[in-house]
Design a protein around this ligand. Structure first.
Ligand code: CTP
Length: 394
């Protein structure tokens, strides 16, 4: 995913420095070349050896050592970076960056690089809220730095407040988004739906389905990482909110319809990965239905088909959850719903059914071209679907 990308990971002297090991690991696993630079203070919190083992590369801790041992100028690192991420970034690093001070290898790189710079601050709440730090951050934002705001919670001092290093997934999401800005979906606006809708029966119960939302979230994140502006409309899931994506939370198919209709007004493509209830309860009981009768009959009414109903000048991608005659049924849906592309999956397949991290799908486009993909992770499937979307755009 991040293959051929060079990420310079700067680590400064904060108790949160150990969390940078997780970032280095996730970046390396995603295929990035990770160049770690540690300030002297950072090395007091966590050993450079940890990062050398995680990244498989030398860790830079000293400007002069770098010049002699690796025979490159310190600016070389700045020039090879596709992105510079400093996590954790202390108040002192932020102050130096805002003032243009370069007195060690990390601050030299900050000043010398033309790559985007992301800062993830971590510090004591009073230091973070101090107007000096806030002014410095405002100055950096005005100069194009990207700040991943710290989280609220328990700090090393025992105090509760803003200042904890942002969640690693939030930092990773920001890095991927920044690296994807010039991707093949740059400038495109995508609406993605995810999850299974819930239709109320009474205040306690609903009719739902087994969709986990994983495929839709993977679609939204993959599109974001290729430069698209993404709106995600999601039914309830257990998944964390993705970074850099505008998320609308809905429950019922009627709310989904309203949200989709509004969002597609400015969209280049609609990707309908959500599992939408085809029926809802005709009546929603105001009070909890008590178990008084041996049998209970619910009257269900059809919900409108959202894909069929939304019209406009955008690409329409639908999914087809099938348990038999997969391709034939999917082809029918493609025609009936006037889609540009349909993604058919066999929901009886254990590895590609609901809730799994993998999926095995067949893509059928508006010209009838069929592409059967092997078993892949949902993220890989999402990228293959987007390859097709890019092709259909052109
Ligand atoms: N869909 C929709 N509105 C609905 C039902 C489905 O927009 N009320 C969309 C789904 O998001 C999906 C596609 O239509 O992209 C196909 O959904 P699927 O559940 O496979 O098929 P249905 O059209 O509901 O038909 P059936 O349940 O009879 O297979």
């Amino acid at each position: 995913m991040l293959t051929n990308k060079t990420v310079v990971l700067g680590i400064t002297g904060s108790i949160a420095a150990y969390k940078a090991a997780d970032i280095a690991s996730k970046l390396t696993q995603a295929g990035a070349k990770v160049e770690v630079i540690m300030t002297e203070a950072a090395t007091k919190f966590i050993a450079p050896l940890t990062f050398r083992n995680i990244t498989g590369r030398s860790v830079v801790t000293d400007m002069f050592e770098l010049a002699s041992e690796y025979d490159i100028e310190h600016v070389a690192l700045a020039e090879t970076a596709d992105v510079v991420i400093i996590a954790p970034a202390t108040a002192s690093l932020i102050a130096k960056a805002a003032a243009g001070i370069s007195d060690d290898i990390l601050t030299c790189v900050v000043l010398a690089t033309k790559a985007p710079i992301i800062l993830a601050p971590a510090m004591n709440v009073n230091m973070f809220e101090n107007p000096i730090t806030q002014d410095n951050l405002a100055k950096l934002i005005a100069r194009g730095f990207i700040i991943v705001d710290p989280d609220y919670g328990r700090l090393a001092s025992g105090k509760i407040g803003l200042g904890r290093l942002a969640d690693v997934n939030k930092i990773m999401g920001t890095i991927k988004q920044v690296l994807g800005t010039r991707g093949d979906l740059a400038g495109k606006r995508l609406v993605v739906t995810a999850g299974g809708t819930q239709e109320s029966i009474d205040p306690v119960r609903h009719i739902g389905n087994r969709s986990s939302g994983k495929m839709g979230y993977a679609m939204a994140e993959a599109a974001r990482d290729r430069g698209a502006e993404v709106k995600l409309i999601t039914a309830p899931t257990f998944l964390p909110e993705p970074v850099g994506i505008e998320v609308t939370y809905i429950e019922t198919s009627a709310q989904m319809k309203k949200a989709v209709t509004k969002a597609v007004a400015q969209a280049d493509a609609l990707i309908m990965a959500a599992a939408i209830a085809d029926y809802r309860s005709k009546e929603i009981a105001k009070a909890k239905i008590k178990k008084e009768t041996p049998n209970l009959t619910l009257k269900l009414v059809r919900t409108p088909d959202i894909l069929v109903g939304v019209k406009g000048d955008f690409l329409k991608v639908g999914f087809a959850a099938e348990s038999e005659d997969i391709v034939a049924n999917a082809k029918q849906k493609l025609q009936k719903k006037q889609l540009d592309l349909i993604v058919a999956n066999d929901i009886t397949d254990k590895e590609s059914g609901f809730g799994t991290d993998t999926n095995k799908v067949t893509l059928i486009d508006r010209d009838g071209k069929i592409d059967s993909l092997p078993l892949l992770t949902k993220r890989e499937v999402a990228d293959r679907i987007l390859d097709k979307v890019v092709e259909l755009f052109s």
